[in-house]
Every structure is written in C-alpha cells, then in structure tokens.
Design a protein around this ligand. Sequence first.
Ligand code: PGA
Ligand code: ZN
Length: 403
Amino acid sequence: MADDFEIVASNARIVLDSRGNQTVECDIFTPYSMGRSSAPSGASTGKTEVAAFPKGGAAASLEFFNSKVRRSINGFNALDQKGFDALLGEIDGTENFSAMGGNLSTVLSIACAKAVANGMGIPLYRYVGGMGVSVPDPLGNVIGGGKHSRNGTTIQEFMVSAQGKTFLESITVNSLVHKRIGEKLQEKLKDQSIGVGDERAWTAPISDDLAIDIVTEAAKEVTSESKVNVRVGSDFAATSFYNNGKYVYRNHTLSKDDQIDFAVSLIKDRGFFLLEDPMEEGDFDGFASITESTGKRGIIVGDDIYTTKASLIRKGIEKKSSNAVLIKVNQVGTLTSTLEAVEVARAAGWKNVISHRSGETTDDFLAHLSVAFRSSLIKSGTIGGERLAKLNELVRIQEDLTS
Ligand code: PGA
Ligand code: ZN
C-alpha cells in the first residue's frame, strides 16, 4: 500500500493570483495519482504569521524547491501527512518556513494530501475529515476598505451570511445583498466613484457609519424579500488602523475603551452576529472584554491575534479572548499545523471560520477543508471566479453528501 503512495515526482511553477501577483503552484505525483495546489496571499497580514515568500519572492521559493525540496521528498510515503509536513520543516531549517516561504510549504502540504485522496478515489474533504463532516454557511464580504482598496471604509470588511436551506440558496442570497448594496451606493453617491476591492466587495469613499446603515438595511430588505435570514458581521482588521494606542478612523479617533464600546454596540444595538479582529492583534484583554460583554449573542473571531497558531489560540482560550478562530492554512504553512489549531479550538468549544486570502487562486482546497474541519462559516467573498471556485465546489460537496 505504501508503495502505491510513494512520491515519485514533483514539480513547482509560478502562476499569478487574483491581484496579478506571482505565487507558487506545485504538483506531487504518486505512481497512480497527482495532487496540485496553488497558494493565495494576504494584504492584511498578522505579525506572527509565516511570510508567504522569502526575500526574492515567488522566484526565490521556486529556486528553493528546485535546489532543496524536489530530491528530498522523492520516495517519501505520501500517506504519512504528518511526517511529510515535519520533513518540510526540516528541509526549510528555520522555525517559520522563512527559507522556502509559507506559500511553498502550504502548496506542498496540500498537494501531498490531494495526491493521496486522488489515489484513493475519495474527495479531499473525506480524506482529511473522515466521516464526521459538515457543510459551513458562507460569509461574504460586501462592502470594504482597509488594506483591500484605496479609498474605502476604515473597517476592512462588512460581511453577510444568509441561512438558506441549501448552500446554493445561501450564496445566491448573499450575492443578492451584494447587488442591492451596489444599487444603494450608486443612489447615495451619484457621481462619486464606486469600485470593488481585492475580494470584490464594494468600495466607496464613505464613513463606516454609513456602511453600517447600508449593509444592515440591504440585509433586512433581502431577508424580507427572499424569506431567507441574512446576518451581518464585520472584520475590523483593527491592527491596520491602530496607531499610538488609538483607533484612527476616516473622520474620528477612538480610545481603546471607546473601541470596545463601539464593537459591543454593533452586536447589541445593530444586530451584528459576528466581529473579527475588533481590537489590535496584541490586545488579548480588549478582545476578552468584548467577548464577555456580548456573551452568547456574538461570534467573536480572532484572525491576526492568533494567525492559526495553536500556541496563540491556547493563550486566547486561557484569557477568554474570543469564542471563535479564523483559519488560514498559509498563516502556519502546513495541513498538520492547521489541523492542530482547529482541534485546540474545538476542544475549547470554539467555532472555526475558515478563510480565503485577499489575493486568491482558483484552487478549491479551502472548500474541502471547510467541510473536513466542520467550520461554522467559510469566508470566501460573494462573487468573482476565484471566490466562486470555492463556493461552487461546496454546492457540489453538499450534493455529494446528501445524495
Ligand atoms: P488578507 O486578510 O488580506 O491578509 O487575506 C484578510 C483578513 O483580514 O481576513
Ligand atoms: Zn481578518
């Protein structure tokens, strides 16, 4: 059996992501199968996440693959995912994949798992998740700014999550909200410029307060028209506008305490169901105040604060900083470390929200991992080919699971 899954060849190349930036793709071959994966890249990265590329960018990763990786993984048993991921760490030789880059380790790790799943003739979600799998709800960015556009809101993302009877119904309703918001922005802004950001959310030179009004109004209207409940949430990505102990918005500045009150009010007074990174990434206590004040009413998600690292999630559990974690594979660089993060969170009763990056490829591994990890939600936008590669794959997976 092991011989059937021996790595007999591998290959890597440079491709472009949805921002038009270079990234890496890799193929791993066993005697009877192949796995291929390409990696996304973030713009709003956490301080503790592994860097996507070493100095020299994707070209340096490719050079590292050709000179150091290809030969070392030849002959390895791809069934041993944990061993393979450990081997990647050894080949890299640093603590955090800074020699090969987190994107190269990610695509090698995922391609290895895909090669095995393909060789076994089972879907990736089944190979990684076993029998206890489930389909998440979609969480899609509809208005945004921050580091994802030039002149949008200070808050990075306003998101919606429809609760349809099927995944297809949910993503259809999410995209109806996206359309409705476009109409509302056009009506309000007349000739001023409206555009879309990196994740295809609308972006316009408006205040965060106006964005809150527009997104909650659109969600309400579409809920009543479609009879499908649409919830509203937000990823503040608060580190990106934190400066000298203050949160600096387009038109005003908030102290730490005011920022906590503002975040809590979105859940308590404006009906938001989810807040991601409402405080800067070092503020475990500020996160905890929000989580405590909002209680069971809100999902408080940590992204930059944990960067998918089990050790930081454990710290968050101890401090009761949140009740959910954002999961991005290339923040830690291997499937094994990502699984560890998911398991640590699950053991504490936390939800996990799996996420795309702002610069994406058409690889759909995220859809499979969301099912394998029993994620409550998948963040993968509402429209755009690279986002829909994941969302449409979940339509197929749901069909598979219910047929
Ligand atoms: P990214 O971040 O731009 O690093 O992908 C998105 C997010 O903050 O969730
Ligand atoms: Zn985030």
